[in-house]
Design a protein around this ligand. Structure first.
Ligand code: NCD
Ligand code: ZN
Length: 335
C-alpha cells in the first residue's frame, strides 16, 4: 500500500544552527517541501540581516533537497510599522514567546497587556503578518496553556483582524477556542497526538518525550486527535521537532524538546491509517497550511509505503522519538 502526499509542510520547526543545523536540516528537507522556521536561536533572530544570513545557512545545510524555509522573527513589542514593512518580504510571521517560558525565550515578552503590544499588532494587521504564539503562562505546569487561554481570547477579541496561530496546542480548551474566534488557528505536533503525561513521567522518566508544553491528559489528546484526524480547517501540522544533543537530554536538567523530524510523516500515516482517516492527511499536512498562510509551496511528491522502518537509535548524537523501534510506514520515494 502506498500513499502520495503533495508538498507536505511542517509549520513549526526548530532547525538550530551550526553543527546541529547540518545534521537536522536534511532530515526535514527529505520529506517536507517547506516549513516555518523558529527564531529561538542564541541570540534570537530579531533583525533582517540575521534572518537573511540564517536562511542562507539553512539552505546550504539542506544539501540537494528542495525545501523552502519560511522564516520568522522573534517577536519584540518594539517592532514598529517601518521595521515590519522592511521585514515583510522576508518573513511569514512573528513568533511571540512569553519571557523565559521555554528554550531560548529569555528575551521574550513579559507583559501581555494589549496596550503594550498594540502598535506592533496594528502594524502586523496592516501588513498581513501572522502572529505565532507560544501560549503558556508561568503557572503550574499542567495549567499553563489553559491559563494562557485568557490571553488568546483577549488578543482575538481586541484584534479581530490579526491572524493568530496558537502553536503546538495540547489541551481540549485550546481546541475549543478554534471554533469560538474566527482569527484563531493552531498547529498540532505529532507527539501530542501520541502521548500523555503518563508516557513522559508515569513510569521511568522519559527525557526524550519531555517538551514544552508538557503532554497533558488523555482527554486532551483525544480532543487534538479529533480535530487533526478530520483536518479541521483551522489546524495544521507543525512538528515542533526540537533537537537537543543527547548530553542535554540524558542529564540532570534535561532540555525540553522532542526530535520528530525524521519520522513525522511516516508516523502520521500510521495514526491516520489506524483511525481510517488517511484521506484527511493531505489537508492536515499541507492544504490547510497553504490556505491559512496564503502560501504556494514547491511542488514535491512524497510517496509513503506501508513497509516497516527501523528508527535509528540516533542521528549524529540526536535521539529521535521512537528510537530503535519499528514503525509501519516508510518513505518510498520523493519526486
Ligand atoms: C523548543 C526548543 O527546544 O526550542 N522546545 C520544546 O520543548 N518544544 C521550544 C518550544 O517550542 O517551546
Ligand atoms: Zn517550538
Amino acid at each position: 500500500m502506498t500513499l502520495t502526499l503533495h508538498s507536505p509542510l511542517d509549520m513549526h520547526l526548530h532547525l538550530r544552527d551550526e553543527a546541529m543545523l547540518k545534521v537536522v536540516a536534511p532530515l526535514s528537507a527529505t520529506s517536507f517541501a517547506g516549513g516555518i522556521i523558529m527564531p529561538n536561536l542564541v541570540p534570537p533572530i530579531t533583525t533582517i540581516s540575521a534572518l537573511v544570513a540564517y536562511k542562507k545557512r539553512i539552505i546550504e545545510a539542506m544539501g540537494a533537497h528542495d525545501f523552502e524555509p519560511l522564516m520568522t522573527l522573534f517577536f519584540k513589542d518594539s517592532y514598529d510599522f517601518k521595521f515590519l514593512s522592511e521585514a515583510k518580504p522576508y518573513i511569514h510571521g512573528l513568533k511571540l514567546y512569553p519571557s523565559g517560558i521555554t528554550t531560548n525565550s529569555q528575551g521574550g515578552v513579559s507583559n501581555m497587556d494589549i496596550e503594550a503590544l498594540r502598535e506592533t499588532f496594528e502594524a502586523m494587521i496592516a501588513l498581513d503578518i501572522p502572529l505565532l504564539v507560544h501560549g503558556e503562562s508561568d503557572g503550574f505546569v499542567m495549567d499553563r496553556e489553559r491559563e494562557f487561554g485568557l490571553v488568546y481570547e483577549n488578543f482575538a477579541q481586541n484584534f479581530p483582524k490579526l491572524k493568530i496561530i496558537m502553536e503546538h496546542i495540547t489541551t481540549k480548551e485550546s481546541v475549543a477556542l478554534l471554533d469560538r474566534y474566527e482569527n484563531l488557528y493552531a498547529t498540532i505536533t505529532l507527539h501530542h497526538l501520541l502521548i500523555t503525561l503518563d508516557d513522559v513521567a508515569g513510569g521511568m522518566l522519559q527525557p526524550h518525550l519531555f517538551c514544552k508544553p508538557i503532554a497533558k491528559r488523555p482527554e486532551d489528546r483525544e480532543a487534538l486527535l479529533d480535530v487533526a484526524l478530520r483536518a479541521h480547517p483551522k489546524v495544521m501540522f507543525g512538528s515542533d521537532s526540537a533537537p537537543h544533543p543527547i548530553s542535554k537530554k540524558e542529564c540532570c536538567g534535561c532540555a525540553a524538546g522532542v526530535f520528530t523530524a525524521p519520522i513525522a510523516l511516516q508516523v502520521l500515516a500510521e495514526i491516520f491509517e489506524q483511525h481510517n482517516q488517511l484521506e484527511h492527511l493531505q489537508a492536515f499536512v499541507s492544504d490547510n497550511a497553504k490556505r491559512i498562510y496564503h502560501y504556494r509551496p514547491l511542488e514535491k511528491k512524497v510517496i509513503l509505503e506501508k513497509s516497516p522502518f527501523l528508527v535509528p537509535a540516533s542521528y549524529d548524537g540526536v535521539v529521535p522519538m521512537m528510537a530503535g523501534r519499528n514503525i509501519s510506514w516508510s518513505i518510498h520515494s520523493v519526486v
